[in-house]
Design a protein around this ligand. Structure first.
Ligand SMILES: [Zn+2]
Length: 290
């Protein structure tokens, strides 16, 4: 036995248990008051006494703008991306990402999906740096890297070309941000472009969508219907989805059942959404009633 965690609590058990781990896998879970523990304890290389604390599976952070973390910028609710972040050096960016992963590990998080900005100004610098950090920690940390085209493919055609390059860099999911386009037609084309890339490269999609709290936003409905009509095989995730919270009861129920039918994953960001709400950027509390 490599590690024995004794006296730990599990959610579904009323009594404390001893958890035996060897070669990175849990091999035994037995009540802490069992007589067989004495023998196991003798064979364990390392013993950790949890003293009645809860043991849980490792945590997952499903949505983090890791290239923006630990930059010392004050959060600005009017902008998704603090403007000064991109002025920092490549070394600073790499160090901040590594620090963020270290902090995550210390708090029980072993997997992060990172949305990393790409734009014609910074190119693929942030994305390549995140991929470098992903490789460094690959033995014990799962960092998924997803390019985040915050400026809109149809506002700036160069971003579409950059996105194609990004996909060939070894990313884990294809990001999108249709709200950043100028017209609804462009937003639809933006979503279509993401599906086309995802299908061609066999990647999951994770789209920043319906971020405005606008009850008339059609983005979420279009995303779900597109997945159904295209019979898109890969996972599709809708991130933020603030406008869902602005729908009234009937429309919300209809939308939720459509999302369920399409099999769309939903990632909410209550912290960010509430901050923007508190700053008067949005008029409602945009936490969807799932
Ligand atoms: Zn985001």
């Amino acid at each position: 036995m490599d590690i024995l965690i004794k006296n730990s609590k599990l959610r579904e058990k009323q009594y404390n248990v001893n958890i035996g781990i060897s070669q990175g896998k849990i091999r035994s879970i037995i009540p802490s008051n069992s007589e067989s523990n004495a023998d196991i304890e003798q064979k364990a290389d390392t013993i950790i006494d949890a003293r009645g604390r809860l043991a849980t599976p490792a945590l997952i952070e499903p949505h983090l703008h890791i290239d923006m973390c630990q930059s010392g910028n004050k959060p600005d609710p009017r902008h998704n991306i603090p403007k000064t972040v991109h002025d920092k050096s490549d070394e600073d960016l790499y160090n901040r990402i590594c620090r963020m992963i270290g902090d995550a590990l210390q708090n029980g998080v072993t997997s992060i999906r990172a949305h990393v900005e790409i734009n014609p100004g910074i190119g693929l610098k942030n994305l390549e740096t995140a991929i470098e950090a992903k490789k460094k920690f690959a033995d014990f940390f799962k960092l998924q890297v997803c390019p985040f085209p915050a400026h809109g493919f149809f506002r700036d055609k160069a971003l579409g070309r950059l996105m194609k390059k990004a996909v060939r860099k070894g990313i884990d999911a294809i990001g999108g941000c249709p709200s950043s386009e100028i017209t609804w037609e462009d937003s639809k084309n933006h979503i279509d472009f993401c599906f086309k890339l995802g299908k061609y490269y066999g990647k999951p999609l994770d789209i920043h969508i319906a971020e405005t709290g606008d009850p008339y936003s059609k983005e979420l409905e279009y995303l779900a219907s597109k997945k159904i009509k295209d019979s898109y095989p890969g996972p599709v995730t809708a991130s933020h989805t603030c406008s869902l919270s602005s729908l009234d009861g009937y429309k919300a129920r209809r939308m939720i059942s459509l999302l369920k039918e399409a099999g769309i994953g939903i990632i909410l960001m209550p912290g960010v959404s509430l901050m923007r709400n508190g700053c008067g950027i949005r008029k409602r509390t945009p936490v969807p009633p799932l």
